[in-house]
Design a protein around this ligand. Structure first.
Ligand SMILES: Nc1ncnc2c1ncn2[C@@H]1O[C@H](COP(=O)(O)OP(=O)(O)OP(=O)(O)O)[C@@H](O)[C@H]1O
Ligand SMILES: [Mg+2]
Length: 372
């Protein structure tokens, strides 16, 4: 696949894949609602959102199987909205691997090349290369039913990559695999992307998958993008309540700004006052604020913790052991229920329901989010 690499060493000024004001309406349903997007060449972009948010519709419009109601799709500044799917040269992988059951692994992977009327020698060489990419050279003569789910999914990948597509579109490709296998194929898929540097547009509603594989994640809700950014940016700086709650677990704290400070503000909630760092200028005394705070940023202790900017006491409403972590839900008078996780190796107590606990967190543990 050497020519994939060459083709993807982007000529200067190439902008990759773009949506401009892209919409798809089905009667009153706005499956995709006037979105803009730019995906530079070679990027691994994930579309992450709940069921029915418009992810597949976006992917099918990129592929050319669904015509937009309005707006355009561009590839390197060329409008391709009207271009039929077979002339776009994009590879696709779906959830059900959809291999041809009566064809061997080799013939499944060779299929797109035969459609493109490649010669026998080319087919042999290209299929061997594609199978090597997904490490299935040894299984070329097997039939699909003789393969595990993960192996079948890799054949589907090889089939989508064999004709060196400009873009690879993947719609929940690992959805049918069990958790362990899914994690393995995730790692392989990411390594594959690093090797071939083809643009990947990847659809999932699995947040861990999105966090661990993507260069950038676009959070989709009701046919729109709520926030687009690197996994760490979205996890650490979610812009809205929806993003904070959808990508990982979050506590939400409602407060009223009581005092402004040079590096942030204090807010009151449930009659107690808490400190929060913030560079936001638009916050004024008396404002209502909503804060999102990850459970792993909340410290748990039996004794009152002095080493945090903020603390509150409560009682354990529930706790669970997850091997690596303990997860607590703690009922507090001031803030309602707060979730906290604690690495198991650091636990210095035996957890019990109803036990009294202190929670502590720093003034940079939470972020101010918009309530959407
Ligand atoms: N052919 C159609 N006719 C009418 N409505 C449609 C059609 N296709 C999709 N929709 C609607 O458009 C919206 C977006 O659907 P889409 O399949 O893109 O969601 P999705 O994000 O892929 O969801 P999932 O995670 O469940 O696969 C949904 O409300 C869906 O019901
Ligand atoms: Mg879908």
């Amino acid at each position: 696949m050497a020519d994939t690499r060459e083709r993807n060493s982007a000529p200067t000024g190439s902008r990759g894949l773009e949506f401009r004001g892209l919409s798809k309406h089905y009667g009153p349903v706005r499956a995709v609602d006037n979105v803009d997007l730019q995906v530079p060449r070679g990027e691994f972009l994930t579309l992450l959102g709940p069921s029915g948010s418009g992810k597949t519709t976006m992917l099918m419009m990129i592929a050319g199987f669904i015509q937009p109601t309005s707006g355009d799709i561009l590839l390197d500044e060329r409008v391709i909205t009207q271009l039929p799917p077979e002339r776009r040269n994009f590879g696709m992988v779906f959830q059900g691997y959809a291999l041809f059951p009566h064809l061997s692994v080799f013939d499944n992977v060779a299929f797109p090349l035969k459609v493109r009327r490649k010669s026998g020698a080319d087919v042999k060489r290209e299929v061997a290369r594609a199978l090597e990419l997904v490490q299935l050279q040894a299984l070329a003569d097997r039939m699909p039913r003789q393969l595990s789910g993960g192996q079948q999914q890799r054949v589907a990948l090889a089939r989508a990559l064999v004709f060196t597509p400009e873009i690879l579109l993947l719609d929940e490709p690992l959805g049918a695999l069990d958790r362990k296998l899914r994690q393995e194929v995730q790692i392989e898929l990411k390594q594959l992307h690093e090797r071939i540097k083809t643009t990947f547009v990847y659809v999932t509603h699995d947040q861990e998958e999105a966090l661990s594989m993507s260069d950038r994640i676009a959070i989709v809700r009701d046919g729109r993008f709520v926030q687009i950014g690197s996994p760490a940016a979205l996890y650490e700086q979610p812009a809205t309540r929806f993003v904070a709650g959808f990508l990982g677990e979050s506590n939400f704290i409602k407060g009223s700004v009581a005092e402004k400070r040079s590096s942030g503000f204090t807010y009151s909630s449930g009659g107690q006052s808490f400190r929060q760092q913030s560079r936001a200028n638009g916050i004024a005394i008396g404002d209502d604020v909503l804060l999102a705070m990850r459970p792993e940023k909340v410290g748990v202790s039996v004794d009152r913790p002095e080493n945090y900017a903020n603390r509150v006491s409560g009682r354990v409403a529930s706790w669970n052991y997850f091997g690596a972590n303990f997860h607590f839900t703690v009922e507090t008078d001031e803030l309602g229920r707060i979730a906290a996780t604690c690495p198991a190796w650091r636990m210095a107590m035996e957890p019990r329901n109803e036990m009294a606990l202190w929670l502590g967190w720093d003034d940079d543990a939470a972020v101010v989010v918009k309530d959407d």
